[in-house]
Write a protein that binds this ligand. Structure first.
Ligand code: 3PG
Ligand code: MG
Length: 514
């Protein structure tokens, strides 16, 4: 993949003075009073913003928050609390701008937060008009919103299509690197924990992991469906009996390659789903018809913990029990601690998983914590996320379309006759055939001044016989190369040189005619 990395552009000095539009995922949970309850995503977004500021850019940052209805501002969906938290983390005030589509008054070295991008009409549907409007605000679009990388919306996809440059921010790049490290060439055994209430919502991921992992530990309602598939009674527990066939297929696929889905040998049951329900540990074969399975049992937890300690790579999505209730948290806590102490490279993602990691204060001991929920799952499923598709497409070096730019009629009119035009073109052709390579060489050696001087000569004669578009282009690049550094003018010359080569070809072809 040829995704352009923002860090590379910064290192090449191509960001100074530029207008940079960063799409972050600052969609954080809040309590009823609008206070942020968990700020991982904001903290994870700071590196990119700081990188842009350090590089001398005028920085715009936006994100969605929740799912507001488009076209309606609502204070509860405003990024105001995020602006304040971001300001604390950056150590400088972060002004929040509403109604920003018409223009953003931000100068190099400054940062502004653009309020909830989902207030804009057309955001969800990836409206082309909206995407173009946003692209027009910036020179460089930076996609750093891994948590939203599975959405193709105007601020995550369309804008990448139309911005002058579209690249991946450091968080987006790090997430991809970590997940590829876990799945592309993993240290074995590779163990995945996939837990959650429904098999149906995670069926594709279970199928996809069944081909890759050595152990597939299932938990929650998903585990219940697998227990049912193994012929066990699960009482009143949450399960999806209509997906038994799918569960069996996963078990068989794993067995066929010598891998396994460990089925719990003991479980923790209750008669009701509540924090104060009496917890009873039972053998998996002893579950009664009125039991609810709310956690894996201690024997199962200890056995799985051993396997996790021996793993080479661990992928974790979902708690294995109702860890929010103290009586049913033992399984999740045991596995979380085993992951933390294992020498395996571990990667964890998903809202509930992050909450469990926070509860047991294990964040520092997890190899990589993904900021993605849905996006994390889709990458594990092996899908190419829209963000990566568009950034890879924009990163492909484009063949520059060389347009015809020679205008013989203009030349004859200017000089009075075909013969006069031919005479001058002979001189021009000979001059260009040395000056064009000289310009390229000057740029290679970093001598913008010399490149400008050579282009200045060309600017003097092209109005005699070139199209208006060509004259305008040469004038523009000549003007900028008088004052701007290499980093700014190099991409302009990259565009212009093939056009000038084309013009020289056209002149030669004209001279070859009698
Ligand atoms: C998330 O929280 O999963 C992301 O921010 C994406 O949000 P969405 O599901 O509303 O698109
Ligand atoms: Mg809200």
């Amino acid at each position: 993949m040829t995704v352009i990395r923002f860090s590379d552009l910064c290192a090449q000095g191509r960001v100074a003075g530029k207008r940079v539009f960063i799409r972050a995922d600052l969609n954080v949970p809040q309590d009823g009073d609008g206070c942020i309850t968990e700020d991982t995503r904001i903290r994870a977004s700071v590196a990119c913003i700081q990188m842009a500021l350090d590089a001398g850019a005028a920085v715009m940052v936006t994100s969605h928050l929740g799912r507001p209805s488009e076209g309606h501002f609502k204070l509860s969906d405003s990024l105001l609390p995020v602006a304040m938290r971001l300001g604390e983390l950056l150590g400088r005030p972060v002004p929040l701008l509403a109604n920003w589509l018409g223009g953003v008054p931000v100068a190099p070295g400054q940062v502004m937060l653009l309020d909830n991008c989902r207030f804009n009409v057309g955001e969800k549907q990836n409206s082309e008009a909206l995407a173009r409007q946003m692209a027009g605000l910036c020179d460089i679009f930076v996609h750093d919103a891994f948590g939203t990388a599975h959405r193709a919306e105007a601020s995550t996809y369309g804008i990448a299509e139309y911005a002058g440059v579209a690249c991946a921010g450091p968080l987006l790049a790090a997430e991809m690197d970590a997940i590829s490290k876990a799945l592309a060439n993993p240290a074995r055994p590779l163990v995945a924990i996939v837990a959650g209430s429904k098999v149906s919502t995670k069926l594709t991921i279970l199928r996809s992991l069944a081909d890759k992992v050595d152990q597939l530990i299932v938990g929650g309602g998903i585990a219940n469906t697998f227990m049912l598939a193994a012929g066990l009674n699960i009482g009143k527990s949450l399960a999806e009996p209509d997906l038994l066939g799918e569960a069996k297929a996963v078990i068989q696929a794993m067995q066929a390659r010598g891998a396994a889905v460990p089925i719990p040998s003991d479980v923790v049951c209750a008669k009701t789903f509540s924090a104060d329900a009496v917890a009873t540990v039972k053998a998996a074969t002893d579950v009664a018809d009125d039991d609810l399975i709310l956690d894996i049992g201690p024997v199962t937890a200890a056995k799985l913990a051993e396997q996790l300690k021996a793993a080479g790579t661990i992928v974790w999505n979902g708690p294995v029990g109702v860890f929010e209730f103290a009586a049913f948290e033992h399984g999740t806590q045991t596995l979380a601690q085993a992951i933390a102490t294992s020498s395996a490279f571990s990667i964890a993602g998903g809202g509930d998983t992050l909450a469990a990691i926070a509860k047991y204060d294990l964040a520092a001991q997890i190899g990589y914590i993904s900021t993605g929920g849905g996006a994390f799952l889709e990458v594990l499923e092996g899908k190419t996320l829209p963000a990566f598709e568009i950034l890879a497409r924009r990163g492909e070096p484009k063949a520059v379309a060389v347009l015809p730019s020679f205008d013989a009629a203009r030349g004859v009119e200017m000089l009075g006759s075909d013969a006069s035009l031919r005479k001058i073109l002979k001189t021009v052709a000979s001059s260009m055939s040395t000056s064009l390579p000289d310009i390229t060489a000057a740029l290679h050696s970093g001598d913008v001044h010399k490149a400008n001087a050579l282009l200045h000569a060309i600017k003097g004669y092209v109005p005699i016989f070139a199209t208006d578009a060509m004259v305008a282009e040469v004038t523009h690049v000549e003007k900028l190369s008088k004052t701007e550094p290499l980093a700014v003018v190099a991409p302009l010359f990259d565009q212009l040189m093939p056009q000038l080569d084309g013009l020289l070809e056209e002149i030669r072809a004209f001279l070859a005619q009698n």
